[in-house]
Design a protein around this ligand. Structure first.
Ligand code: ATP
Ligand code: TZP
Ligand code: MG
Ligand code: MG
Length: 272
């Protein structure tokens, strides 16, 4: 895919409008920490969240959903098997699916889980820089990371992100102060956001859920990933302007997402 082909497309405002118009059902297999924020964030932008991870129902659920997100943040072995079944069903039904390899550099179990899922044709992989470095095969020393948090800037792992995109077939979105999105060839950057997003747990996980909603309405995964980052980043900036700290920021973030005007989003997007 050439850079021109997706840049010629409509901007993030059109993606937000499409989410609101169509209200896509986004199925999330996500962690206990993130479930509340991710579900509320999807509702705030006009999507319909469903948190469903039981092995008995995941395949049936995927057939109903417009997108699937899988976040490995608090996985146990049974959740992993359910996620593998859900990912296979997503691929079989042509449902876009997004992988969030939370803290995958921290333990062998996490890396094995995320690596297995990364081989199952995710549409988009979204992680912080340390997670993307670890998933691309970098050593624990090179990928850094502190549990689920990153110790690297997104641009420091550009080559690893490119390699991961080429090996997995996914578009890779790396978040940080300046986010980057790559399909292994073209690279996009999003400079929106605010430091307070790193002071609210599961902001990244909720962004992954939002990326699922964007992928549901936007066929081009580069554009879907970029637009989700712009929506989250602009909302973060607006929330920070009225917040007194992480607690009020978390509430203000949902309000900002709900009140975003799609026309203004394109003006406030910072795409260096
Ligand atoms: P969490 O922040 O909840 O630990 P994560 O580590 O998975 O999640 P992050 O890289 O923190 O994900 O990205 C979450 C959001 O925060 C993204 O929208 C990103 O653009 C934004 N962000 C991250 N770091 C910064 C920063 N230093 N300045 C501005 N925005 C940031
Ligand atoms: N521990 C396991 S999952 C999780 C924590 C703290 C949430 C991580 O959220 P994010 O958005 O990846 O920082
Ligand atoms: Mg973080
Ligand atoms: Mg994360």
């Amino acid at each position: 895919m050439s850079k021109q082909s997706f840049l010629a497309d409509q901007g993030p405002g059109a993606t937000l409008a499409a989410i609101r118009d169509t209200g896509p059902l986004v199925q999330n297999i996500t962690n206990f920490v993130a479930m509340d924020l991710a579900a509320n964030l999807l509702l705030s932008v006009g999507a319909s969240p469903a948190m469903a991870h039981a092995g008995e129902e995941v395949e049936e659920f995927v057939t109903l959903a417009s997108a699937l997100t899988i976040n490995t943040g608090t996985f146990t072995s049974d959740w992993l098997e359910a996620a593998v079944a859900a990912a296979a069903q997503a691929v079989a039904t042509g449902t876009p699916w997004v992988l969030d390899p939370v803290g995958c550099g921290a333990t062998k179990f996490r890396l094995a889980n995320a690596s297995r899922l990364a081989k199952m044709r995710p549409t988009i992989i979204r992680g912080n820089a340390s997670e993307i470095a670890a998933l691309s095969g970098a050593s624990a020393q090179d990928s850094g990371g502190k549990g689920v948090d990153s110790t690297l800037a997104a641009d420091a792992v550009l080559e690893q992100a490119r390699r991961l995109a080429l090996n997995s077939g996914a578009v890779v979105a790396v978040t940080g102060e300046v986010d980057l999105v790559t399909d292994g060839d073209a690279v996009l950057r999003v400079a929106n956001g605010h430091m307070l997003l790193t002071r609210v747990t599961a902001a990244g996980c909720a962004l992954t859920a939002l990326t699922g909603a964007a992928a549901a309405v936007c066929k081009d995964p580069m554009r879907a990933a970029r637009d989700a980052l712009v929506i989250m980043g602009v909302a973060g900036e607006r929330a920070a302007a009225v917040a007194r700290g992480p607690g009020s920021f978390r509430v203000a973030l949902l309000d900002a997402l709900y009140n975003l005007e799609s026309a203004q989003l394109d003006e406030e997007a910072r795409l260096p």
